[in-house]
Design a protein around this ligand. Structure first.
Ligand SMILES: *Cc1c(COP(=O)(O)O)cnc(C)c1O
Length: 384
């Protein structure tokens, strides 16, 4: 071969490498050396043709999470929102209606409220804490109920078994976003959800280095969901899938440590005179209550001093990494909401959401105590 061809064909792949870690199949397409081999893809003997349609790394992620959730099948998607869209379109079509919890994650709220109408799907947002409200919103074209295991930022625990019973009574499907809880604590599929979705960007990946999503459920439904992922181009890249698959291996260790840290932090903050309220759920699972703690500081505190005094604890408008971080719902996740909606939800300038990391518990508790001791009450405040 001449140079110009050698640069393209100079390496012949060795096929018997026993790599302990899954290799990254960073390829957009797979190759075939005969027409028979090509045919074997279509007869189902060989699994891969084109990476938008299927790739070993994305399959590893989908199947791993499905296994952790106790479900038969799983599909990876390009993001949590991609997973949610594919999950919904696997169930609902033009003319259908779905009922969603009104305290959903902001990005999901936007997806449902602004994009689904283009697919001819209508959405009602209701208070899922009040099951009568759900029943009232059911129409003959309703197909799906959608909520989250644990809501953001005030950490309401959804009663999934109860929702499942309600869904079955009315012949509806139930879809649960299990991002905040993870299958370590709760497995919604086993509690009767038909579809469970994840932003693998969060705890599944766990290291804040990947944007990814996963949808899990029964074989038949996941077949439809996979079609949506393929046809809408919602597939995940091999490298991102590889990162998330690597991250999920430590899910149990991380969640165990992070939840224990969160429990202790919540306890220590409850006793502080500059903290008005601590939100940390109770009764999520016998293994613990997750790793998010939301606090509301007392009136009259200087919030900017609080944030700058947190030192190594950074402001990060996301969650679920191995580092402890804080987010500011009013300035980020809930910024776009009208003022009345913010007030109704209880989101004000003193609400801080803490994503508790894997560090040593004493260091986390001490850093919050230090930051709280730094804040002075603003002038004109009646407290202290
Ligand atoms: C982050 C998040 C999403 C969206 O996931 P992306 O990966 O950012 O698309 C959906 N639901 C919940 C609960 C989330 O925290």
């Amino acid at each position: 071969m001449k140079f110009g061809s050698k640069v393209v064909h100079g390496y012949k792949q060795t096929r018997n490498i026993q790599s302990k870690a899954t290799p990254i199949y960073q390829t957009s397409v797979f190759s075939f050396s005969s027409l028979e081999e090509l045919e074997s893809y279509y007869t189902g003997e060989s699994p891969y043709l084109y990476s938008r349609v299927g790739n070993p790394n994305t399959d590893e992620l989908g199947q791993t999470v499905a296994g952790l959730e106790g479900a038969p099948s799983g599909v990876a998607a390009s993001s949590g929102l991609g997973a949610i869209l594919a999950g919904i379109l696997g169930i609902a079509q033009a003319g259908d209606h779905l009922i969603a919890a009104k305290d959903l994650y902001g990005g999901t709220y936007h997806l449902l409220a602004t994009e689904l109408s283009a697919f001819g799907i209508s959405v009602s947002f209701v208070d899922f804490a009040n099951k009568q409200e759900i029943v009232k919103a059911i129409r003959k074209e309703t197909k799906l109920l959608f909520s989250e295991t644990v809501t953001n930022p005030f950490l309401r625990i959804e009663n999934i078994a109860h929702l499942s019973t309600l869904a079955k009574q009315h012949e509806l499907s139930l879809m649960i976003d299990n991002t905040f809880s993870t299958p370590y604590f709760v497995q919604p599929y086993k509690l009767g959800a038909d579809v469970v979705v994840h932003s693998a960007t969060k705890y599944i990946g766990g290291h804040s280095d990947v944007t990814a999503g996963v949808i899990i459920g029964g074989e038949q439904l996941m077949g439809k969901v996979r079609e949506k992922v393929v046809n809408l181009g919602l597939n995940l890249s091999p490298f991102e899938a590889w990162l998330a698959s690597r991250g999920v291996k430590t899910l149990a260790l991380r969640m165990n440590q992070q939840a224990r840290n969160a429990e202790r932090l919540a306890q220590s903050l409850r006793q502080h005179n500059k903290i008005k309220k601590v939100y940390y759920p109770d009764g999520l699972s016998h293994k613990g209550n997750g790793a998010i703690v939301t606090i509301e500081l007392v009136e009259g505190v200087d919030m900017s001093v609080f944030f700058t005094s947190l030192s190594w604890i950074k402001i990060v408008p996301s969650l679920a990494g191995v580092e402890t971080t804080v987010s500011y719902p009013l300035g980020t996740s809930h910024r776009a909401l009208p003022k009345e909606a913010q007030e109704e939800l209880g989101i004000n300038e003193r609400v801080v959401r803490i994503s508790v990391g894997i560090e040593e518990e004493e260091d986390i508790v001490k850093q919050f105590q230090d930051a709280l001791s730094h804040i002075k009450m603003q002038k004109g405040s009646s407290k202290q």
